[in-house]
Design a protein around this ligand. Structure first.
Ligand code: SAM
Length: 352
């Protein structure tokens, strides 16, 4: 398919913005000795990107990720408003301008930094556990992990500055703060517990806590990882119980004071979200609470994440309220909160 002139111009403007992204990245890297692009100097990369064949321009579009360009350029690109919710990347795929091979080729342009799990963004692209948002990348974000290979370390310092990473770290603190507001001996159902860093930190920081957790987690490696962290921790007696189950096959009659799920529901379409929410409503005690985390569409790192094929269903406050309504929950029992970046929202549902 041929690109039309206005789209072509649009890509050109994105390219210019990409070049300014490169400059920003370069200045971010200035203090470090290693090259920002291990396989290619930025100057060389700029030159090659300036060549104007269709494929290159399409590929260049991806470099807008840090610059919120998608949001600012929708009108100029002539996309209609209903489709605004999609990212340009998805849009281009639908239009047939872009194939997965293009993205992969583009990823290669970044050289090793995108193709090795030594860097955090490479880890996101390579997906050593077979899916996005696994326990290991989440824990690397929680712990501000930096690669031991100094050639790549700047990429990781850069990665941790992303709003999405800050939001993930904030949600750990959000969970710990929430636990502090509860009684000392409540029971919690944690849906998709991942690395368990949040619970372990809480129990270490609150050694007198009597809280018990039931953790439903699909990935046995995540459970092993959590158990390992637990063994290495200072927690003497643990009340963390692991249930290795797919959430879709997990049902229980047990009641909980708190049901918590972060980093799971934003992978689900609305229908699935509603089905699961309805299922777990019955498990909240009369004075209990259910809290679901979901990323907001204003997430500035959205395009960057999608560059690594990390797709989420971003939802606004209104979207979350609608989903709660669809489960028969009244406004008085709904509250929406957020961590300080405003990227990770939390849908709070109470029974009374
Ligand atoms: C992004 S992590 C979030 C982990 C944790 N809640 C946190 O915030 O640190 C998502 C986790 O969901 C788990 N998961 C994904 N699909 C699942 C499913 N269908 N049932 C249970 N767990 C699932 C993954 O294995 C992964 O550990």
């Amino acid at each position: 398919m041929e690109l039309n002139v206005s789209l072509f111009k649009f890509y050109q403007s994105l390219c210019n913005s990409f070049l300014s992204f490169l400059q920003k990245y370069q200045s971010f890297c200035k203090t470090n000795q290693s090259s920002p692009f291990p396989n290619q100097s930025p100057q060389k990369l700029n030159q090659s990107l300036r060549k104007t064949n269709r494929k290159q321009w399409v590929l260049i579009v991806f470099y807008d990720f840090q610059l919120k360009l998608l949001k600012n350029n929708w009108k100029r690109a002539g996309f209609n408003k209903q489709r605004k919710g999609n990212t340009l990347q998805r849009e281009l795929r639908t239009e047939g301008f872009l194939k997965n091979e293009d993205v992969i080729e583009f990823q290669k342009r970044f050289g090793e930094a995108m193709l090795t799990s030594k860097t955090l963004q490479g880890f996101c692209c390579v997906k050593p556990h077979g899916y996005s948002g696994d326990f290991e990348i989440i824990d690397k974000i929680y712990t501000n992990s930096i690669t031991e290979d100094s050639k790549f370390s700047k990429w990781d310092y850069f990665f941790h500055t992303l709003a999405a990473c800050k939001a993930v770290r904030n949600r750990k603190d959000y969970f710990k703060q929430l636990l502090k507001t509860k009684a000392n001996d409540i029971n919690i159902l944690n849906l998709a517990s991942g690395p368990c860093r949040d619970m372990i930190e809480y129990l270490e920081e609150n050694p007198k806590s009597e809280i018990s957790f039931d953790c439903v987690e699909l990935d046995t490696n995540a459970i092993e990882y959590g158990k390992n962290l637990l063994n290495k921790s200072t927690i003497k007696q643990t009340k963390i119980n692991f249930i290795n189950k797919n959430i879709f096959k997990f049902d229980t009659s047990k009641e909980y004071d708190l049901i918590w799920s972060a980093g799971l529901f934003d992978y689900f379409e609305d229908k699935v979200f509603i089905r699961l929410l309805k299922r777990f409503l019955k498990n909240i005690r009369t004075d209990g609470e259910l809290v679901i985390g979901n990323f907001h569409p204003k997430n500035p790192s959205k395009a960057y994440m999608e560059f690594g094929f990390w797709y989420l269903n971003h939802r606004t406050e209104e979207d979350l309220i609608k989903l709660a309504h669809a489960c028969g929950i009244e406004d008085k029992n709904i509250d929406i909160k957020s961590e300080s970046e405003g990227v990770n929202l939390f849908l709070h549902i109470s029974k009374t």
